[in-house]
Design a protein around this ligand. Structure first.
Ligand SMILES: Nc1ncnc2c1ncn2[C@@H]1O[C@H](COP(=O)(O)OP(=O)(O)OP(=O)(O)O)[C@@H](O)[C@H]1O
Ligand SMILES: [Mg+2]
Length: 267
């Protein structure tokens, strides 16, 4: 069973006498542990799909199961519960509360899930340490850089130990060096077992993922493995000594997809 199972999703927005067909029949499976980048022109339906996958919105038609639970028939309180149990969200504009410390921002999702105050503090502090902000817990968003604010948002997303991280243009407001730091962090979380789905307009950001899905006019028009993954899985070396060489190459690739992409598997 895939973590995400979407079948023939459509989404129609109606505004006055105008209707917009934002999704026109989207089917996809995403396995637990995958790392997926979604690309496509502005207005092609990426955020609409993310909102449905994230149980923030329901499809007009079609079926969606998250970890086997049928989402399409759920009421709003059931949607809130499944979001709280399974999903962490990261947005382009960070969406942190101003005048509120990093620690309190990260504690917020646990307030909704009814965790007691001392445990909240410990977990929030641990999440901030994990994203490299152990020394900045008392700072408000205005006292943090853009990259640090996005780290706080990521700590908030992972503090309830979700299975799934959904990130809609997480690097859209960041410079390229800071974007790389954020992608390294998302890669680490993925390697610890979290499923990551992100939307991006930038090819070099999408290249960090394992799989790339491209949208156009509410349809998926491309669904491929990224080049480094094709190298890893697509070419099976024939001779045994080459095979062990390839295995060694794979185990030394580490978490940096840049070096990952640069390694040539010898066949
Ligand atoms: N709440 C809404 N009400 C009405 N129309 C909407 C709503 N949300 C999205 N749309 C329309 O649905 C279509 C798809 O929008 P969506 O936000 O999914 O695009 P996107 O691929 O995320 O674009 P971008 O790259 O600009 O973020 C667009 O035509 C948009 O105008
Ligand atoms: Mg969008």
């Amino acid at each position: 069973m895939a973590l995400i199972e979407a079948r023939a999703l459509t989404k129609v927005y109606t505004m006055g006498d105008q209707t917009v067909h934002a999704l026109r029949g989207v089917s996809l499976d995403i396995d637990e542990g995958d790392f997926v980048a979604i690309m496509g022109a502005s207005g092609s339906g990426k955020s609409t799909l993310m909102n449905i996958i994230g149980c923030l919105d329901l499809p007009t038609q079609g079926e969606y199961r998250l970890a086997g639970e049928a989402v399409q028939g759920m009421h709003s309180d059931q949607l809130a519960s499944i979001r709280n149990r399974r999903i962490g969200f990261v947005f382009q504009q960070f969406n942190l509360l101003p005048r509120t410390s990093a620690l309190e921002n990260v504690e917020l999702p646990m307030v909704y899930s009814g965790i007691k105050s001392a445990e909240r503090r410990d977990k929030a502090a641990a999440a901030l340490t994990k994203v490299g902000l152990g020394q900045r817990m008392d700072h408000t968003p205005a006292e943090l850089s853009g990259g640090q604010q996005q780290r706080v948002a990521i700590a908030r997303a992972l503090v309830n130990s979700p299975q799934l991280i959904l990130a809609d243009e997480p690097t859209g407001a960041l410079d390229s060096q800071t974007s790389e730091d954020i992608m390294r962090l998302l890669t680490d979380l993925n390697q610890q077992g979290m499923t990551v789905v992100l939307v991006t307009h930038e090819a070099d950001i999408a290249a960090w993922a394992r799989r790339k899905i491209v949208f156009k006019d509410g349809h998926i028009i491309e669904d491929t493995l990224n080049a480094h993954e094709q190298k890893k899985w697509g070419q099976i070396p024939i001779q045994d000594d080459n095979l062990s060489e390839a295995r060694n190459a794979n185990t030394t690739l580490g978490s940096d997809p840049i070096s990952f992409a640069a390694v040539e598997v010898n066949t």
